[in-house]
Design a protein around this ligand. Structure first.
Ligand code: FAD
Length: 388
């Protein structure tokens, strides 16, 4: 026991030392108001710096370059957050969603082809959502029909994060239009350089283009790029969707509690009792969030709705904090025009962070969907009426 805890403390000391010497100074400036190319270069170089010391994919199996225990991952993420390191926003889908999917359902050949390439910086996006198929993903209408050279894909994807930079896409398409909705979907690895793929970035209120539309016009995907069997895409997709939970929420909660709250306190008049009262209330909520995340990661309170509770709690607290930060900053918050290529509170500009905070209440299941899950699975309330 003592030995174990000492080892973990040694690891913490090592990570702390690493953070002090490796985190790029003033990284926000390197990601703010720069061109897409400069953003990609910065993110890639940060990824490779982490990778060089085994910190980029700690959650992967050892044979592919990971192999850290959950306890070590917690320490790593806590220290990266405490030292305000940049997040791997560009590699997020590659190292979490794509890797988890390939490890759980890919062929040996698919794993051999893509996992080392991801470590070398291959960028992925996720093509699940469509106009008319977001919360109700099973309603997706993009089709993939067998042709002589593989599957021929036609349709439109929406809100694909980072698709303008991506070389590969995790794609869901309907292979059997006559089967019940969830049984007629297949899961593909799409090469974004294929003829017929068109990516159109969407400009957001913050000025950045976090996500894109993808148009697919007679795009051919070879049969060996099918993941799992034909028409089992819904089950494969559950692996993808489960990949971003747990550690990611812990990291985000730590970052909110460290840099986020610290910046909020700095921007507040601390001689005002009303302000102090609101800060105290937020700090209590933050403490609750961190405790929830720690329990979730440790599997200490495994309940059917835990992931939904953590996500709902985080995203709504993030909104309240950035809202308060905007209020405290006053007019200055509204006139800051810097364009951050990051997410959540991380730009350091309150108004932009407040606008960005709304992102978190939507993907991975909107707040309304999370509340339904908590009500039904967590509290055992009667199920809401479902459509067909
Ligand atoms: C920052 C960000 C990044 C994203 N990245 C990606 C990505 O990389 N790849 C990708 O494929 N998608 C991505 N998405 C899309 C995201 O998954 C969808 O936006 C999400 O699933 C919601 O779908 P929708 O936008 O179609 O809204 P809808 O499903 O149309 O919902 C509209 C409103 O109705 C509510 N609603 C719908 N159904 C119910 C119900 N049964 N009960 C109660 N309320 C309901 C919703 O909660 C919401 O408030 C991203 C979205 C965001 C914001």
């Amino acid at each position: 026991m003592t030995g174990e805890s000492r080892t973990l403390e040694d690891f913490r000391t090592e990570v702390r030392q690493w953070c002090r010497t490796n985190i790029p100074v003033d990284w926000r400036r390197a990601q703010t108001g720069v061109s897409d190319r400069e953003f990609v270069e910065f993110q890639q170089s940060w990824f490779q710096r982490l990778r060089a010391d085994g910190f980029a994919v700690p959650h992967w199996p050892k044979e592919y370059g990971g192999g850290m225990s959950s306890a070590e991952q917690v320490v790593l993420y806590q220290e990266l957050a405490a030292h305000d390191a940049p997040r791997l926003v560009l590699a997020f889908v590659s190292i979490h969603h794509a890797a988890a999917t390939l490890l759980a359902a890919g062929t040996d050949e698919q794993r051999r082809r893509h996992l080392p390439a991801i470590l070398d910086g291959e960028i992925w996006c996720q093509g699940f959502s469509e106009p008319g198929a977001g919360s109700d993903l099973a309603a997706l209408a993009t089709t993939a029909r067998r042709g002589p050279d593989g599957y021929v894909v036609n349709g439109q994807k929406l809100w694909a994060s980072g698709a303008q930079y991506a070389e590969w896409c995790l794609l869901l398409a309907r292979t059997d239009p006559d089967a019940p909705a969830r049984q007629g979907i297949s899961y593909f690895l799409l090469d974004m350089r294929s003829p017929g793929v068109e990516v159109r970035p969407i400009r957001q209120a913050t000025g950045e283009s976090h996500f894109c539309e993808i148009f697919l016009d007679d795009v051919v995907i070879a049969t060996d790029r099918l993941v799992g069997r034909e028409n089992t895409g819904w089950q494969v997709a559950q692996r993808t969707l489960g990949a971003e939970r747990g550690m990611t929420m812990l990291e985000l909660a730590e970052r909110l509690g460290n840099g986020g709250f610290g910046r909020l306190v700095e921007s507040c008049p601390l001689d005002d009792p009303v302000v102090l009262d609101r800060l105290a209330a937020l700090e209590i909520e933050l403490t609750g969030l961190r405790a929830l995340c720690a329990d979730f990661v440790a599997g200490a309170a495994p309940g059917p709705a835990d992931a939904s509770i953590v996500k709902l709690y985080y995203s709504e607290l993030l909104q309240r904090m950035t809202d308060f930060g905007t209020e405290m900053a006053g007019l200055a918050a509204h006139t800051e025009l810097r364009k951050p290529l990051s997410s959540g509170w991380e730009s350091g500009a309150w108004m932009l962070d407040f606008l960005g905070s709304w992102e978190w209440t939507i993907p991975g299941g909107t707040s309304e969907i999370q509340r339904t899950i908590i009500g039904e699975r967590g509290l055992g309330l009667p199920r809401e009426p479902r459509g067909k």
